[in-house]
Design a protein around this ligand. Structure first.
Ligand SMILES: C[S@@+](CC[C@H](N)C(=O)[O-])C[C@H]1O[C@@H](n2cnc3c(N)ncnc32)[C@H](O)[C@@H]1O
Length: 415
């Protein structure tokens, strides 16, 4: 049923929200103040509408720069001018914290898109008539939108789409791949690092075929489910003074500018601390920079990431870094283990770090710095620290996932 609705504002997921009917109705790609024509969405989505036409456009509406925008699910927002977009993204953090009763200042949004995303996960799937499609998931569906160019990628990912198509074609032409393929490509100093998932076990002939594609596309490394298929060059990235060889599929900040921004916000807040604990350290983007001035102890449950950090920690000129694998959800560091640190940094996955925050709240650590990619779980963990006697300073929102509703933040707590 086609209706005309007025949009009140853009919600935290990037959809236009209309409150006219009493209950919120969500319209992707619509902006606050607009009057739009919408239709109901098939399936069980009573509160969602499909945008058919913009009758009265917002003065903040701009032309999207990508021809796939609105079909490809990779970007939610390309149709909004930068200033209101920045205000909205900062507002996601400010409103989430206010709703959770966390009283603090929120700084203006720091843009950290830089040269673009340095890692991309492409999907390979057969469409109608058994035609292979390689690209991104469609908006609100598992369909794959075939893509040959994506303007938000770092130039270091040049050739990533061609390589992904070639790998998917090579796999699907020689075996019946019924499951979707996930092809993760990371830009490294020595070329593209590719990990293919979803193909299941492969016969030797197919591994040989994949190796040939890796050679043709001059990939630095090709792995399948993290297992090495071919390595031409070590896939390394620079982190401060250190060079880190990436383990396949370990966590990596989405943009170089994002990693550098987060690391420098962390370093400023660590200040002159001599003994620093880096929890959820990954391959060490914070630890390796902090070790230019302080001794660092680091934990993460990804043993491959920790091993990469241990190796990079041998970089001449760095102070000692002790890094060990540890599950911080099940075995958070307890107050006696936290006693000797001047500052603790924690940067958990989206679930947050509830168990560790509880232990920190009971500790005497003078400075705690949180980095988060989820304002809601951050608010929950911040509440634990504040109830434990910490004061929260100005929270800085960081935008490395431009064109999406994802936002990172850095916050310092002191006691
Ligand atoms: C948001 S990433 C941050 C990594 C690193 N600080 C960085 O900036 O690259 C979260 C990290 O938490 C780790 N992680 C996830 N669950 C964990 C757990 N239960 N215990 C310890 N580390 C965990 C992941 O391996 C990942 O490296």
């Amino acid at each position: 049923m086609v209706e005309r609705v007025r949009i009140d504002h853009v919600g935290h997921r990037g959809d236009g929200v209309s409150l006219a009917a009493g209950n919120a109705v969500y319209v992707p790609y619509a902006l606050g103040g607009e009057t739009v024509e919408v239709d109901h969405v098939a399936g069980n989505h009573p509160d969602r509408r499909k945008l058919l036409a913009v009758d009265v456009a917002s003065p903040d509406r701009v032309e999207p720069f990508c021809p796939h925008f609105g079909i490809c699910g990779g970007c939610a927002i390309q149709h909004w001018a930068p200033a209101p977009y920045h205000a909205w993204k900062r507002g996601i953090v400010a409103e989430t914290l206010a709703q959770a009763g966390i009283d603090c200042d929120v700084a203006p949004l720091v843009d950290a898109h830089g040269a673009g995303r340095r890692r991309v996960t492409l999907h390979g799937r057969f469409g109608t008539h058994d035609v292979l499609k390689v690209g991104f998931s469609a908006a609100s569906s598992h369909d794959v939108i075939p893509i040959h160019r994506c303007p938000i990628l770092d130039p270091g990912l040049e050739g990533s789409l061609d390589a992904a198509w070639a790998l998917a074609e090579s796999l699907t032409s020689r075996m019946s791949v019924t499951k979707p393929l996930d092809i993760q490509v990371t830009a490294t100093a020595n070329g593209l690092d590719v990990d293919v998932r979803g193909s299941g076990p492969l016969p030797t002939a197919l591994i040989t075929a994949l190796s040939r594609v890796a050679e043709q596309h001059r990939l630095a490394r090709l792995t399948r489910h993290g297992e090495l298929v071919l390595q031409r060059l070590a896939p390394t990235v620079r982190m401060g003074r250190a060079e880190v060889t990436l383990p396949p599929a370990s966590f990596l900040q989405a943009t170089i500018a994002g990693e550098e921004t987060l690391a420098s916000l962390v370093a400023e807040r660590v200040g002159k601390a001599k003994e620093v604990l880096d929890l959820f350290c990954g391959v060490g983007p914070f630890a390796l920079r902090l070790a230019e001035k302080a001794r660092v102890t680091a934990y993460d449950n990804d043993a491959g990431a920790v091993a990469a950090l241990v190796k990079a920690a041998r970089t001449p000129g760095l102070k000692p870094i002790k890094a060990e694998p540890r599950d911080l959800f099940r075995r958070p560091l307890a107050p006696p283990e936290l006693r000797d640190f001047d500052a603790v940094v924690f940067d958990p996955p989206r679930q947050g770090a509830q168990a560790q925050a509880l232990k920190l709240a009971a500790s005497k650590v003078p400075v705690v710095i949180a980095v988060s990619c989820n304002a809601a779980t951050f608010a929950r963990d911040a509440r634990l620290l504040i109830d434990g006697g910490y004061r929260i300073e100005t929270v800085v929102p960081v935008d490395q996932f431009r064109h999406t509703p994802h936002v990172e933040l850095v916050a310092r707590f002191t006691r």
